[in-house]
Design a protein around this ligand. Structure first.
Ligand code: SF4
Ligand code: SF4
Length: 217
């Protein structure tokens, strides 16, 4: 099903405040993560079973030699045809749910019985994580509990710059197209990532690989 809900992540509007990252932990009751200073702003270093949304920081040089500093608020894309669910269900019946109304991709408690590395490898965006103790599989739920009750996802609600927008998928796809056209004047490489395949649509202004190795899958 291609209707349902979507999130637009417009990286051109993101200031890396990490409000979304914190709101996700707060709403979902996820603990803080012990981190190390490694000489960059990246904190924590990666997604985990307790960090379902992560603002990634990337530094480098553009084609014209000027420096860039890009921000990419990473999360599950809630694929329209989710390969992680195909992998999961192949191992354990009832391990995943693809919600018919919203399109949210959810894992159930029996997902812990599936071989985690196989599920992780099935995801083109390197999203699923496993709790080292309980072995539960974890990732963003599209705030299924909130969106089923007509509330926006916690990350979207908290974003102060309008970088995150939640709505009906058809409207978000149109919004993404319009925004890319606006950006192309100043940023000829502006593009929406995988808009026909995913529910969480990112807009970038440069080569997606400069943001994150798995940005475009
Ligand atoms: S982004 Fe990865 S984890 Fe999320 S639905 Fe798609 S395949 Fe599954
Ligand atoms: S939609 Fe909800 S669960 Fe997913 S990243 Fe946003 S706050 Fe976290």
């Amino acid at each position: 099903m291609a209707d349902g809900k979507s999130i637009l992540v417009d990286t051109s509007r993101c200031t890396a405040c990490r409000g979304c990252q914190v709101a996700c932990k707060q709403w979902n009751g996820l603990p803080g993560t012990a981190t190390k200073q490694v000489g960059t702003y990246q904190n924590p270093q990666d997604l985990s079973a307790e960090t379902w949304r992560l603002v990634r920081f990337a530094e480098g040089k553009k084609d014209n030699g000027k420096p860039y500093w890009y921000f990419f608020s990473d999360q599950c894309r809630h694929c329209l045809d989710p390969p992680c669910l195909d992998a999961l269900q192949g191992f354990v019946k009832g391990a995943g749910v693809h919600d018919a109304t919203t399109g949210a991709v959810l894992y159930t408690s029996v997902a812990s019985q599936a071989p985690f590395e196989d599920v992780r490898k099935a995801c083109p965006f390197n999203i699923p994580r496993q709790d080292p103790k309980s072995k539960a599989l974890a990732k963003c739920t599209l705030c299924f509990d909130r969106i089923s009750n007509n509330m926006p996802p916690a990350c979207v609600k908290t974003c102060p710059t309008g970088a995150l927008v939640f709505g009906e998928r058809k409207e978000i796809v149109e919004m993404a197209k319009k925004r890319v056209e606006e950006l192309k004047g100043a940023y000829p490489k502006a593009m929406a990532l995988n808009p026909d395949e995913v529910r969480v649509i990112y807009i970038v202004t440069d080569d997606p690989k400069k943001y994150h190795a798995h940005a475009a899958g």
